[in-house]
Design a protein around this ligand. Structure first.
Ligand code: HEM
Length: 403
């Protein structure tokens, strides 16, 4: 069904870029799932060729089918957009090439490998951030805690001096916005490489147990990562790991702050923290959509999709599919656990999902331990989760008993 044409009451088209941060797309996606789960929109052509239509998928079944079938729906579209800024991109490869590359970096993100970072890095980072606000009795938890936490953890895991994390963050934001501001994106991409080069060379000579050391020495079936792949992976890692987890952390805290009953239960029984995190990831994932391109004439949900068509998979909407969950828009601490799609699925399923879960669980526990009587500031504007492609609360003004 063409966007906007099927139902005069609902326009399915994406908001203009400058409204993405404040957008509230779930009403649109909920409507689409019920009335037209595969949306077809006019594409834009930059050549004499007519533009291909773009397809947007909103149901669980269609999202699941497309993300698992890499032969028919290629991830190369991610490389087309980001290669000039990120270089050789794991997220843009298919098939064997993707599997070989992923095998070389996957070891560092296994649950068992990550366990060492919990006490060595994740707990000290969140404790230091909370030390900074515990005595104040009031804070914006996004500005002071959630937005600073995962970026420092990633820098620590990679082996970048923590003192440089702000510089690193700034480059990664510019690289991310490369498609919109190519000059700045390319400059940041080169600057990050220049900065990393001596670190990579040092680890080559003498491994120190961090991720950089693992990347330069990793070998599977005699294959090693090329320098281009190492830099490409590092350029992806920061935005993939920092921008995403901090938003989910804010959404999880807001879910609890808005529900004092659930907050009291979780505070009293910490075995409920994983359920609170998992339900938040289902209910309000920070990454709502991923992209693929059809490699051949095919069909999804009964709609013909011509070869070459770009396809947006709304994984956020798939996790709200009422065919899978009752009252999916509700955050329910007691909901029976079932696989959601916050981390995608298929060969590109999030490499950092165990790290994200660990950071969120440690983070929520630390906030509850260190900020007694935590509640929303009644004099501040009530925070809301917003965003089109990335979602989270832009601020979380809270009060607590100073300690
Ligand atoms: C709540 C936090 C996170 C969310 C919601 C999230 C979401 C996602 C999603 C949906 C994908 C699939 C993309 C696709 O299929 O096109 C993905 C891939 C990926 N994520 Fe995450 N992510 C999170 C945290 C992290 C962290 C902490 C890291 C690393 C430190 C990370 C690293 C990656 C990488 C490297 C990929 C690409 C995997 C591949 O192409 O094989 N993510 N993530």
């Amino acid at each position: 069904m063409d966007a906007g044409s099927m139902d005069a009451e609902m326009d399915y088209s994406a908001p203009p870029y400058d409204e993405w941060d404040s957008a509230q797309p779930y009403e649109q996606w909920d409507h689409a799932r019920r009335h037209c789960p595969v949306i077809r929109e006019e594409g834009i052509s930059f050549t004499d060729e007519p533009a291909l239509h773009r397809f947007t998928l909103t149901s669980w079944d269609d999202a699941d089918q497309v993300l698992r079938d890499w032969r028919t729906f290629s991830a190369s579209i991610n490389a087309e957009v980001m290669r000039p800024y990120m270089g050789e991109l794991l997220l843009g490869l298919d098939g064997d090439e993707h599997r070989r590359y992923r095998n070389l970096v996957a070891y560092a993100f296994r649950r068992s490998t990550l366990e060492r970072w919990r006490a060595e890095l994740i707990v000290p980072v969140i404790d230091a951030l909370l030390d900074g606000i515990a005595g104040a009795g009031r804070a914006d938890l996004v500005a002071s805690v959630t937005s600073r936490f995962p970026v420092q953890v990633i820098c620590g895991i990679v082996g970048v001096p923590t003192a440089d994390h702000e510089q690193f963050n700034e480059w990664s934001i510019r690289i991310n916005y490369g498609p919109l501001y190519p000059e700045e994106g390319s400059a940041a991409s080169q600057a990050m490489r220049d900065y990393l080069e001596p670190l990579v060379e040092a680890r080559r000579a003498e491994p120190t147990g961090d991720l950089l050391s693992e990347l330069v020495h990793a070998e599977v079936d005699g294959a090693r990562l090329t320098d281009e792949k190492i830099y490409g992976f590092l350029r992806l890692l920061l935005p993939a790991g920092a921008e995403t987890t901090y938003r989910a952390f804010g959404s999880c805290l807001l879910a609890l702050l808005d529900r004092p009953g659930a907050m009291a239960r979780v505070r009293a029984d910490r075995s409920l923290v994983p359920a609170a995190v998992e339900e938040t990831l289902r209910w309000e994932t920070s990454v709502t959509m991923v992209a693929r391109r059809a490699t051949t004439d095919t069909e999804v949900g009964g709609c013909p999709v011509p070869a070459g068509s770009p396809v947006s998979i709304i994984n956020g909407s798939a996790s709200h599919d009422e065919a899978r969950w009752d009252e999916p828009a509700e955050w329910d601490l007691d909901r029976e656990s079932r696989q959601h799609m916050a981390f995608g699925t298929g060969p590109h399923q999030c490499l950092g999902m165990h790290l994200a879960r660990m950071e969120l669980e440690v983070g929520v526990n630390a906030v509850l331990d260190r900020l007694p009587n935590l509640r929303l500031d009644p004099d501040a504007e009530h925070p809301v989760i917003s965003g089109y492609a990335f979602r989270g609360p832009p601020s979380l003004p809270v009060l607590y008993d100073p300690s």
